[in-house]
Ligand binder design. Structure first.
Ligand code: KIV
Length: 291
């Protein structure tokens, strides 16, 4: 994809503007898996801001505006306090910063569990205010009726089973799920129920690999793994985790870079130059015209 730059005269920033291209659609994502086979795994990353979306967009099939923004952006201890306003605002920024990937927005805790009608009201608000194409919600069989209700009314739904962070107070922590037979069976059953209800994809988070493989084989829609298996139909990570923004990350994260170190080094240099008055230099200052 080629990129042009538009100068914003009010800020002097050159905003990268990729040549408009056709955005992927939810049916295209769903069709990635045909007859139980996915030739090329789906690439999904989280995005919370417009600039981040611009940088990720060309490489990803799906940008997830995850409620993990609680910890990553807001410094909150869990995803429980996240609100619809927070999700709608960040999702709108991500839609503005992307042209290619399907943007999916997380439904925050408390905005959908009470009834399918509550879920429709919250999900329709998220899509109207942000321009995102679909929502994601946590939970298995107990959410199947809601998934069908939303889907039949024009709202595509991505499911999320296994380790479901919004249920941290019930689960007692963020440990991998499915360590006993009953729980393993339930996770596969949950994935099947969401698939039958019309979910267009299902995130499998923090599950033992054999369960991820069994669930992937058991459902017709693509599964997207995080701490699951390379055999899933796609993968997702929290972008800041894989870039190395945080020292401590879950075991399933691969750090592809060490951005925290780059920032530390760069800011230390800036601080030193300010203190010794070598910044700003002639290149960064305005002088009166000569003559
Ligand atoms: O909120 C989030 O970022 C997520 C992913 C980790 C799947 O739900």
């Amino acid at each position: 994809m080629s990129t042009t730059f538009q100068l914003d005269t009010s800020t002097s920033r050159a905003n990268p503007t990729p040549q408009p291209m056709k955005r992927l659609t939810v049916p295209k994502i769903r069709a990635h898996k045909a007859d139980g086979e996915t030739k090329q795994p789906l690439v999904m990353l989280t995005a919370y801001t417009a600039r981040q979306a611009q940088l990720l967009d060309a490489h990803c099939d799906i940008l997830l505006v995850g409620d993990s923004l609680a910890q990553v952006i807001y410094g909150l201890p869990s995803t429980i306090p996240v609100t619809l306003d927070m999700m709608a605002n960040h999702a709108a920024a991500v839609v503005r910063g992307s042209y290619h990937a399907v943007v999916v927005v997380d439904m925050p805790f408390g905005s959908y569990e009470a009834s399918k009608e509550q879920a429709f009201e919250s999900a329709s608000r998220l899509l109207k205010e942000s321009g995102a194409a679909a929502v994601k919600l946590e939970g298995g069989e107990q959410m199947a009726e809601t998934v069908a209700f939303l889907n039949q009314r024009g709202i595509p739904v991505m499911g999320h089973v296994g380790l479901t962070p919004q249920a941290v107070n019930v689960l007692g922590g963020y440990m991998a799920r499915g360590r006993d037979d009953a729980e393993a069976k339930k996770i596969v059953g949950d994935a099947k129920a969401l698939d039958e209800a019309g979910a267009f994809a299902i995130v499998l988070e923090g599950v033992l690999e054999p369960i991820a493989i069994e669930a992937t084989k058991a459902v017709s829609c693509p599964t997207i793994g995080i701490g699951a298996s390379a055999q899933c139909d796609g993968q997702v990570l929290v972008t800041e985790d894989m870039l190395g923004m945080f020292e401590r990350v879950p075991r399933f994260v691969k750090k592809y870079e060490n951005i925290a170190e780059v920032i530390d080094r760069t800011v230390a240099q800036y601080a030193e130059e300010v203190r010794e008055r070598s910044f700003p230099s002639a290149d960064q200052t305005y002088q009166p015209k000569k003559g």
